[in-house]
Design a protein around this ligand. Structure first.
Ligand code: P5A
Length: 444
């Protein structure tokens, strides 16, 4: 892709309305454009990153046996009246009337809708467990949308739901999602820590938020530092090892502020290990038993002929919020250098040829390189403008492709100036560059 033909509207300076670095960068390089308060359009660069995150989230859901569906954004109020949440949800719910004067709403979450889908088809314990998920826009009329796509009104969420018959099986389902979240955030090159959390309007009594540390985060956390040293190592999808994995994390006191208890914190964590800080909630999982299945009458036949209400959990990941969270974790705002993890980078590599009117041989060379890269599924962005070298590099540093090739007048023969952002340049040939990139991409 040529930069001159791309829709990447880069601003010269930081937009003054953005208070945190992810919002600054996203506006600066034109990843998003606000359309009204807390509602954004996603432009090509931002959309590419979000779609890659979505795909990783999807793959990790599939790996634990969850099945993808797609529920609508607009829901009927009827099912929310059945569960009793229609009144409870309050002003955050965007309520709409259709032309027949029926009460509809823009879904803030889907516990009711998925329970309705489940109860219409699944009648026997033999079909359990069921793990269903979708990746869909949500709307919450947040009183104070802020920080760009971090806390907005319309956002993209992966939400999954589990259905089991016993508490023990439901706990197994919960733990499968626990593992899939560790795997997902690792692939995004994020250190997201599970912390015991409150359940709020979703309900239930078991819940973890997955939090990444960031000064600009909106969640207050209290934790034993040593939890950050834990490796989120992979585990078999089996009851015992998953329980062990969760216990390993739960051994360290780590809670969000609504679960915080000063005495407990001081008793369980020695002074040198206490950490009181802030973070960004990128995922949240809940177990709430029959909170929805009972009022909505979602039951299945048991072996002895009896019936029972299914036990449910729900599991959310803020897919659009993750774009901002990755920037908060990876953007060096002082030097204005972004380095996307290769797993979600909008481009794998930037090619920067030095071009002037009388000599476009460097651009020809860039084009030849691009053909070879394409053959190897490596996605490059080429700066085909005649701007000076430093402004070209500045621009590419903001776009954040993790690798760069620089083609100057002196680039002769097979050796190219190749650079990983934040590292020293090296002179190597294209075959070697392709090898390095392929190796990096294979690790995703
Ligand atoms: C779990 C899935 C739920 O809604 N029901 C279905 C449960 N959980 S949650 O914690 O309320 O949301 C899940 C994740 O969505 C992201 N998120 C947001 N992202 C951007 N702007 C918002 N206003 C917003 N609200 C929630 C968070 O990442 C959260 O963990």
């Amino acid at each position: 892709m040529y930069i001159s033909k791309s829709f990447i509207p880069i601003l010269k300076n930081n937009p003054s309305e953005a208070k945190i670095k992810s919002h600054q960068l996203m506006l600066r390089v034109g990843m998003i454009k606000q359309s009204s308060a807390g509602i954004y359009s996603w432009l090509p660069l931002g959309f590419k990153v979000m779609k890659k995150i979505e795909q990783i989230v999807r793959e990790e859901q599939n790996k634990i046996g969850a099945q993808e569906i797609l529920m609508p954004t607009i829901q009927s109020s009827e099912i929310w009246k059945e569960s009793g949440r229609y009144e409870d949800y309050g002003e955050e719910m965007l309520r709409i009337k259709d032309r027949q004067n029926r009460e509809m709403l823009y879904g803030p979450t889907n516990e009711e809708l998925v329970t309705d889908i489940f109860r219409s088809s699944i009648k026997s314990y033999k079909s359990l467990p069921q793990l269903l998920y979708h990746i869909q826009w949500k709307f919450r009329d947040e009183i104070r949308p802020r920080f760009g796509i971090m806390r907005c009104r319309e956002f993209f969420m992966k939400d999954a739901y589990s259905f089991d018959i016993t508490d023990e099986d439901a706990n197994f389902s919960y733990n499968k999602f626990f593992l899939s979240y560790l795997r997902t955030f690792k692939r995004l090159d994020l250190k997201a820590i599970p912390m015991a959390a409150d359940t709020g309007p979703i309900g239930g009594n078991l819940s973890h938020e997955f939090i990444i540390l960031a000064e600009t985060g909106e969640s207050k956390i209290y934790t034993d530092k040593r939890i950050f040293e834990l490796e989120s190592e992979d585990t078999k999808l089996e009851k015992e090892s998953l329980e062990k994995l969760r216990k390993k994390f739960e051994e360290f006191y780590s809670v969000t502020d609504d679960k915080f208890n000063k005495d407990e914190f001081e008793e369980k964590v020695s002074e040198k290990n206490r950490l009181k800080t802030k973070g960004i909630e990128v995922g949240h999982i809940f177990y709430f038993g029959d909170k929805y299945s009972k009022p909505m009458n979602a039951s299945v036949d048991l072996p002895g002929g009896k019936k029972d209400f299914v036990k449910m959990g729900s599991y959310g990941i803020g897919v659009s919020r993750l774009v901002g969270a990755i920037i908060e974790a990876k953007y060096d705002e002082k030097n204005e250098v972004m380095k996307w993890p290769i797993s979600v980078a909008p481009y794998d590599i930037a090619i920067i040829p030095m071009i002037n009117k009388n000599d476009t041989s460097t651009l020809d060379k860039a084009n030849l390189i691009d053909i070879e890269l394409k053959k190897n599924n490596i996605d490059a962005i080429i700066d085909d403008t005649e701007e000076n070298f430093s402004s070209k590099v500045k621009k590419m540093n903001l776009i954040g492709a993790p690798f760069q090739i620089i083609i100057g007048k002196k680039t002769e023969g097979d050796l190219l100036e190749f650079k990983e952002i934040n590292k020293e340049p090296q002179k190597i040939d294209l075959a070697k560059i392709i090898k390095i990139l392929k190796e990096q991409k294979a690790k995703i």
